[in-house]
Design a binder for this molecule. Sequence first.
Ligand SMILES: Nc1ncnc2c1ncn2[C@@H]1O[C@H](COP(=O)(O)OP(=O)(O)OP(=O)(O)O)[C@@H](O)[C@H]1O
Ligand SMILES: [Mg+2]
Length: 398
Amino acid sequence: MTTDAPPRTGAAPVAQRLRLEQLRKTYRSRGREPFEAVKGIDLDIEPGELVALLGPSGCGKTTTLRMIAGLETVTGGRILIGDRSVGDLPAGRRQVGVGFESYALYPPLSVRENLAYGLRARRDRDVRRKVDTIAERLEMTELLELRPANLSSGQKQRVALARALVRNPPVLLLDEPLSHLDAGQRQRVRRELKVLQREFGYTTIIVTHDQLEALSLADRLAVMDGGVIQQFGTPDEIFDDPANQFVADFVGEPPINLLTGVAVGDGTVRLGDAGALPASASSVPAGRQVVVGLRPQDCRTEPWLPESRRPEARPTGAGLRATVLVYENLLEYGLATVELAGLPGRVVVQVTAGQTLAAGDTISITAAAERVYLFDATERSASGTSINTEDSAGGRLR
Ligand SMILES: Nc1ncnc2c1ncn2[C@@H]1O[C@H](COP(=O)(O)OP(=O)(O)OP(=O)(O)O)[C@@H](O)[C@H]1O
Ligand SMILES: [Mg+2]
C-alpha cells in the first residue's frame, strides 16, 4: 500500500527527560567586572516535550543553551539528561543536537557533506538515505550539492536545522532556527519541525522572538528575564495567570495595558477620574497604589451612559470612561486605541468584528474581576533580578 506520509528519517531515539538544577553562568574577562548571565535556573522538561524559551535580548537564552550543549563552561549547578549528569561529558558525547543562529557550516564541504559529517563520525551505515530524507522534509533537496557560500541566509538556516535533526538527537536545542526564512517557508518549516519532533520525540528547547511561533510549537513556555526564569507553564497558564508584571507584559499581542490605580477595598480598583474596575485581590489593602494590567482581549465595551440613565443592576463605578482616538478594523476583530478620562497614556481595547467604533466615541470599558491583574507598584530596582515574589517590584498581588 502506498501512502502520502512523509518519508521517515530513521529509528526514533528514546525520549529523554532534561533537567537543569540551579544552573549558573558568570562570564569573567580580564579588565572587566564579572557578569552573571544566568542566575541559578531550574527547569524540568518531560521526555519528548517541546519548550519555547522566551525573553528579551541579553537575558541569557543562548548562554543557557550553550551550557546544555557543552559549548560553554558551567559556573554552577547541574544538567541532567535522563538520569545522567552530563557536566563531565564533552559536547560531542552529550547526544544533543544544536541548531544555532550562527550556522557554523563547513565552507569547503557541500551541503550534503555538511549534513553527513556527524553521521559519518558515528559510523552510521545509512548516511545517504538519512540525508536525502531530511532534505526532502525540510524542502531543501535542491541545495544538497551546493556549498554554504552559495546559499542565502534562509537556506543556510534550513541546512543548519537539517544538520541538527539528521542525527535524531534525543535532546534538541534550537536558537532562533527559523528567523531568516520568509513568511511562507517559515510556517511550513515550523509545521514540519513540529511533525518531526512529535514523530521522534526529541526533547526540545527552542529560542524564538516570535510569540506566535512559540505558541504554535510549544507544550510549555519558559519566560526568562535578567538571567532568571520568571515563569514556566503552558501557554494558557502564562497568558491567563501571569506570575508577575514582566511576564504579563512580555507575552501577549497586542501587549497588555499597564495603568496606575489605587485599590479601593470593596473589590474594585480605581483608575483616576476614569472610574473603577472590579479586581479580586483580597490581600491588597485599601488605598494601596498598584499597577493594573488589563489585556486588550479581556476588555468589554459598551456606549457610555451618564449615571442617571444606567440600569440599576449595574454597580456604579464598575467601568472606565474612555474616548476612542483611533479604530482599526482588522476584519476578524477591531482594535480601538482609547484615552481614559484624567489618566495619561493610551489603552488598547479589542472588540468583536461587528462592534464598529469611530474616533470620538465615548465608551465604557469593563472586564471580569479575574482578568484584571494587580501588580506591586514599587519601582523595579536597577539590578533587574528576580521579580517573582509577591510584594517585590512587579510581583503579582492576589
Ligand atoms: N562571552 C561572553 N563574555 C561576556 N559576556 C557575555 C558573553 N556572552 C554573552 N555575554 C553576556 O551575557 C548576557 C546574556 O547573553 P546571551 O547571548 O545568553 O543572551 P540572549 O538571551 O541569547 O540574547 P539574544 O536574544 O540577543 O540572542 C548578555 O548580557 C551578554 O552580553
Ligand atoms: Mg541569543
